[in-house]
Every structure is written in C-alpha cells, then in structure tokens.
Design a protein. Structure first.
Length: 293
C-alpha cells in the first residue's frame, strides 16, 4: 500500500505563463497570441514588457494566477484586450479605455499628425473643437504636443466624457479641455467659431454592423460605431454648420471610413467647402481636411 502523495500546487513562472498563453490563444484563433498574454501578465504584475524577459523566472502568486485566468476567459469570448486590461496605446501615450468608448485605432494617428503639423506651423493660441471625443485621444494628444491649443470636447455619452476627463488628468492637460455633453446632430456647442475642428464620427452604415468582427460588434459602444443610418449623417451635419462653427481661416480634420470618400467630398463641396484627401500607407483615403472658401 502506497502512501498518498500530498497535493503540491504547481509553480507557474512568467516564462511558463507566456509560453502556455501563446499556445492557448493560438489554438483559439486569437490574433497576436504572444502579445496578448504578455500584456495581460504585465497588467496583472504591474511591470513593463522588458521585465518579462529580465525576470522570467519570477513565480506568480495564486491571486495573480486567478486574475490572469479571468482575463484569459474574457479574451476567448472575444472581449477586446484593451477593455480587459483597461488601457490602449495611441501616438506613444497610454490611454484609459472602457466599454463606454471606442478603442483607439492606428488610423486616427494620421489625423493627429496632420493637426499637429497645422497648429505647430501657426504657433499661435488656437481654440479647437473635437466632435465625438470618446476617450479624448485626439484633443489630449494634440494638447500634450501643442501647448498653444485649448479644446472643447463634445460627446453624447456621459461615460465617454468621464473617461476623457480621467485621461486629461492623467496626461496633465485637463486645464485646457472643456467637456461638453451634447448630440452634434441636434446642437452646436458654445464657444465657436474654432480655428481647428476634429471629428472621428460613427461612420459605419447600420446595414454593415452585423458584418463587423465580434470584438467590435459585440463589445464596443454602438452609438460610437454607427449613426443608425448610412454612416454619413455627421458629415452632412458638419457641412450644414461649417460656416457657423469653423473660423474663416480655420481647418477641419474629418476621419472617414473605407469607400466613403467620394460621397463625403460631394456632401462637403455642395456646401462650398474645399477638401483635401489624405491616404493611409495602404493608399486608402482616411482623412478629409476641410476649409471654408
């Protein structure tokens, strides 16, 4: 008769977890499997990615493993990693994100880059408006890199405005942001006209929402994805009020969706606005720069 061996809990090191996580997420069809598990470990342990390699033999506690297990379970249900860890990188900065806001997209960095070129060329105090501010990535990033800008940030979602406020404090620009609750389709915020207007609106047509990736369709806020119409409502509204809200010498920067450029140009030019189209690195039109005639 053999004595029963005592139960000995397995010791999981950082290296063990990263190796296992990469294989597990790959088997589940999760994109960027290794990066996903690495960022989860960094979030749970409060460390930088470099430390995953310099301290790879560090064992995880039961509490840390339990936190990781919950994260893994959420991700295999297609919840976006950024919501799980509560953060997303954009233009070299880290932003707090949650299900009240869209996850920042790399394409929006094109818009920010063009805004920074414009405001830094002028190098004078500038009053700016951001329509549909979400987590605040556009105004906060520009304000962080161009101290001469001050911003009115409008959004219909109280949750989004709260997230933007937290990010503004985090990046030290809250004193140059005014957060305004309102629906741009119904009202124009006070304080204009503005020298700079930015807008990354809900431009996905309602009929296309069902075809989106589950991470987007099932988790990101629908009111930030679609106008519940053809995806062009905000561009029509902007064209209607442009002469009221955009200063005569001002410039607007409007992000657009794939395949929309011709329709949007027609809308804007029908209101005698001049347009410049900016493509991304793949040659896809992503941005329209607008000026009054």
């Amino acid at each position: 008769m053999h004595a029963r061996r005592p139960d000995v809990p397995a010791v999981w090191t950082i290296r063990d977890i990263v190796t296992w996580g990469k294989e597990f997420f790959t088997s589940k069809g999760i994109d960027e499997a290794r990066l996903t598990i690495e960022l989860m470990v960094c979030s749970v342990l409060g460390i930088r990615r470099l430390e995953l390699y310099t301290d790879h033999d560090r064992p995880l506690t039961k509490a840390e493993l339990a936190s990781l297990r919950e994260m893994v379970q959420r991700r295999v249900k297609y919840e976006p990693l950024q919501y799980i860890i509560g953060a997303a990188d954009f233009f070299g900065l880290s932003f707090t994100v949650n299900p009240a806001v869209l996850i920042p997209r790399p394409e929006t960095e094109i818009l920010v880059d063009r805004v920074l070129r414009f405001v830094n060329d002028v190098a004078l105090p500038m009053s700016c408006l951001d329509v549909g501010t979400g987590s605040g990535i556009i105004p906060i990033t520009v304000a962080k890199n161009a101290s001469q800008t001050s911003w009115t940030c409008m959004d219909v979602s109280d949750g989004a405005l709260a997230c933007a406020h937290a990010n503004a404090i985090k990046h030290g620009v809250a004193d140059r942001l005014i957060l305004v609750h309102g629906d741009f389709l119904d009202t124009v915020p006070a304080g204009g006209p503005w020298q700079v207007i930015t807008m990354n609106p809900p431009y996905i047509a309602e009929c296309d929402v069902a075809e989106l990736q589950p991470e987007v369709r099932d988790f990101e806020p629908k009111e930030a994805l679609t106008d519940n119409a053809d995806g062009l409502s905000f561009y029509r509204r902007f064209a209607e009020v442009a002469n009221e809200i955009l200063a005569p010498s001002g410039t607007a920067f409007l992000e657009i969706g794939h395949g929309q450029v011709e329709k949007i140009i027609d809308i804007l030019q029908s209101h005698r606005l001049t347009c410049e189209v900016v493509d991304d690195l793949a040659g896809i039109a992503r941005l329209v720069i607008v000026r009054r005639t």
